[in-house]
Write a protein that binds this ligand. Structure first.
Ligand code: NAG
Ligand code: NAG
Length: 249
């Protein structure tokens, strides 16, 4: 069965609402970390009327509601589109609305192809940090990748919080094995990032294994850079003359 874009969107909206309403906070850590909670909460608010109708009446209503126009736009709330048609999460918005709950990884892991690297864990000045990166199929948002810096956890399964105070220059490049470059050297327009993201809706239904995400993080704090480099995390390489750590995922 081939699902139309309208149907897929309608289905996706249903999932969001059902999960927001009912899910136990089992998969919260991963999602909270990434800022997805606030994103989806905003989406939910923006489309709640439409969503209720969809749940009660199914996909046809979604089509009648014109989900692919105004409502579809809500998916990109707090996202900014660049000149190449690539979407990026907004630093200030996400930082501001960052909150706790949810299960969206569950949704992503359930339905789409995702991969991650969380080997970048280190301690500096009595505080634990982790650099955590993902790549894969972000459904409506297309092929994408993200990397964030988080602090305050003990191990990889503990609760980590976003570390916007440690924003630094980051870049993100995403390529596909056969389709070539999907995101080319995104650097947040030269602004520092604590969470760098890029999603290209022109590349849908990708397999995470066909994607290569390359991230660079240029540490502004020399002590922090050294502390991270010393841990020799898998997937990362280091250039001490520029204090730049590079992850190929
Ligand atoms: C940082 O981002 C703002 C928009 O949020 C942009 O106006 C500004 O030019 C950026 N800074 C640099 C150095 O590009
Ligand atoms: C480190 O970066 C500098 C400046 O970009 C470059 O000249 C040098 O070749 C790099 N070193 C390594 C080991 O990649």
């Amino acid at each position: 069965m081939k699902i139309s874009t309208h149907q897929l969107i309608a289905l996706f909206v249903c999932f969001i609402n059902i999960f927001v309403a009912n899910a136990a906070p089992t998969y919260t850590n991963q999602l909270e970390k990434r800022g997805w909670n606030s994103f989806w909460n905003n989406v939910k608010d923006a489309i709640s009327n439409g969503v209720n109708n969809i749940i009660h009446a199914g996909n046809d209503v979604a089509v009648k509601l014109g989900i692919d126009t105004a409502k579809y736009g809500a998916f990109f709330l707090n996202m900014k589109k660049d000149e190449n048609g690539v979407y990026h999460a907004d630093f200030d918005c996400w930082q501001q609305y960052f909150g706790y709950n949810n299960f969206y990884d569950y949704m992503f892991d359930l339905g789409t192809s995702m991969a991650y690297n969380n080997d970048g864990m280190f301690s500096y000045n009595g505080e634990n940090y982790i650099l955590w990166a993902w790549k894969g199929d972000y459904v409506n948002l297309g092929a994408g990748a993200e990397l964030g810096i988080y602090m305050g956890g003990k191990d990889r399964s503990s609760h980590w919080k976003a570390a916007p105070s440690h924003a630094m220059p980051m870049t993100l490049t995403l390529t596909h094995r056969t389709k070539g470059t999907i995101v080319n050297q995104w650097n947040n327009r030269g602004n520092d990032s604590w969470w760098i993201t890029a999603f290209n809706p022109n590349y849908k239904n990708v397999n995470a294994n066909d994607l290569t995400a390359t991230f660079t993080v240029k540490f502004t704090n020399a002590g922090m850079y050294s502390a991270f480099e010393k841990t020799r995390p898998n997937g990362w390489s280091f250039n001490s003359s520029t204090r730049t750590a590079t992850l190929v995922l």
